[in-house]
Design a protein around this ligand. Structure first.
Ligand SMILES: NC(=O)c1ccc[n+]([C@@H]2O[C@H](COP(=O)([O-])OP(=O)(O)OC[C@H]3O[C@@H](n4cnc5c(N)ncnc54)[C@H](O)[C@@H]3O)[C@@H](O)[C@H]2O)c1
Length: 437
């Protein structure tokens, strides 16, 4: 089970009181106007109308979203789960029954449902990009799980970014860490010049265990394609292979459908660093990684992965991590685990042990004063959803984790995976927007 699925299960077990407390804290931040709010553009066309929600992929994460959305509805959010989709019949039936939603075995049928306004895409990584494009073309707004695409799908990522930019549809990537005010506060401090010329972002993701891959639940060891599930639809654009229960249920073990920590976990801690530093696309990325601990027959994704990205803005980002040791050298923070260090010519920003933003000036004559800045509120997945819902009502495209940011972040991760596999430096052709390896 991944840290994420652990938190899914925690979400499932979360009590109403805990939910109320979390929601209340952030609602207060909203009321105080301290939340990184959205900009309204133009007239709202559905300010108070009920929004119908469709969830594509009713596995671990899809169910955690269904539970969250149902809870939000109970709290008075004007939303309703109207459709669910899965290619595995038992999960589809269970979700449809539990949430009294229409069941679809093909996501395109769900997208044709007029009662669905917003879709949540919680399928394996290699489906996200296609389903998101289909959703935009069907006129739906989107909550798309991370990673926005699979590591081999750079062209698809680019296409989705283009389609999303041209459309008026609202897009939120499921990097719920972006609901933490600290990243928006740090971004503002950097924009205001506190650290001087931005220079370097260091981040990492350290945890222990392979439960996210090997530990994924196998609902039925005797499941069969046709009767129980649609194997062709699971494969999508992945290499054609014979049906395998492990590949179907424990897809995170395989590079055909996943990428290991670099694509599964690093979107949670790289997205904010790219955003804070305000960088575009890297000119080059180097990466090293491998299976350093969980070396068994089925697994072919790395468990350890380190990358360095260099930008034309003269900014460097380093992102290191392993699933074989969980010590965090800096303060852990939400889904991103390890707080980043953001360096500039005048000083550095990070989060200290008192959970405040800490500015440490460089040690030179005439340096700026050290500063501690309180953090307004922590990450909250319900608020990540509410930010999307609010943006949908206002027809505001600037969500907390929009597609243009997802594109820039995912390009680094894809370049890193390609660089690691080829044993080369991956370069980016800015004019052609293509990766050269
Ligand atoms: N943001 C987070 O914290 C977080 C946490 C967990 C998972 N995730 C992401 O959510 C996604 C799903 O992960 P999961 O752990 O729930 O996996 P899962 O295997 O438990 O669920 C995926 C579901 O999608 C279904 N599916 C497969 N292909 C499909 C298709 N073509 N159309 C419709 N349904 C299809 C499967 O049958 C399965 O029920 C992944 O991309 C993962 O990275 C994000």
């Amino acid at each position: 089970m991944t840290k994420e699925t652990v938190s899914n299960n925690q979400n499932r077990d979360i009590t109403r009181r805990q939910f109320m407390h979390k929601a209340g804290t952030v609602a207060a931040a909203y009321a105080a106007g301290t939340m990184a709010t959205t900009r309204a553009v133009g007239q709202t066309n559905s300010a108070n109308e009920r929004l119908g929600l469709g969830v594509i992929g009713c596995g671990g994460r899809g169910n955690s979203h269904l539970q969250m959305l149902n809870w939000m509805k109970e709290q008075g959010d004007n939303i309703e789960i109207t459709g669910v989709c899965d290619i595995y019949q038992p999960r589809l039936e269970k979700a449809a029954q539990q949430y009294k939603a229409k069941a679809y075995r093909d996501h395109r049928e769900l997208l044709a449902d007029k009662n669905v306004d917003v879709v949540c895409i919680a399928t394996p990584d290699h489906h996200h990009g296609y389903q998101a494009i289909d959703a935009i073309e069907a006129g739906k707004d989107i909550y798309c799980e991370k990673p926005v695409t699979h590591w081999r799908q750079f062209e698809l990522t680019k296409k989705l970014a283009e389609v999303a930019a041209k459309s008026d549809r609202v897009f939120q990537l499921g990097t719920q860490a972006m609901s933490d005010s600290v990243w928006h506060q740090m971004k503002k401090l950097v924009q205001e010049g506190l650290i001087g010329q931005p220079l370097f972002g260091e981040t990492g993701f350290f945890r222990i265990g392979d439960w996210g891959e090997r530990g994924m639940p196998v609902d039925d060891a005797n499941a069969q394609p046709g009767k129980d599930l649609n194997w062709e639809a699971f494969l999508g654009d992945a290499p054609k292979r014979e049906f395998s229960v492990d590949r179907f249920f424990r897809w995170r073990l395989f590079e055909d459908y996943a990428g290991g920590p670099v694509t599964d976990l690093y979107p949670h801690c790289l997205t904010q660093v790219v955003d804070i530093l305000g960088v575009g696309f890297p000119e080059s990325v180097v990466a090293l990684g491998g299976i350093h601990r969980y070396d068994y027959e089925l697994r072919d994704v790395p468990d350890t992965f380190n990358l360095i990205a260099q930008y034309p803005e003269k900014v460097t980002i380093s992102m290191i991590g392993t699933q074989a040791n969980d010590f965090n050298a800096t303060e852990p923070r939400g889904s991103g685990q390890r707080a980043p260090v953001i360096r500039g010519w005048d000083g550095s920003l990070t989060i200290d042990r008192n959970k405040e933003i800490m500015f440490t000036p460089v040690k030179v004559q005439g340096a700026k004063e050290p500063q501690r800045i309180p953090i307004e509120h922590a990450e909250d997945n319900v608020q990540h959803w509410r930010n999307l819902v609010e943006c949908c009502r206002k027809r505001e495209k600037k969500t907390w984790s929009p597609m243009d940011l997802a594109f820039r972040t995912q390009t680094v991760l894809q370049m890193a995976m390609l660089a690691h596999r080829a044993g080369k430096t991956a370069r980016f052709d800015k004019a052609k927007q293509s990766i050269i390896i």
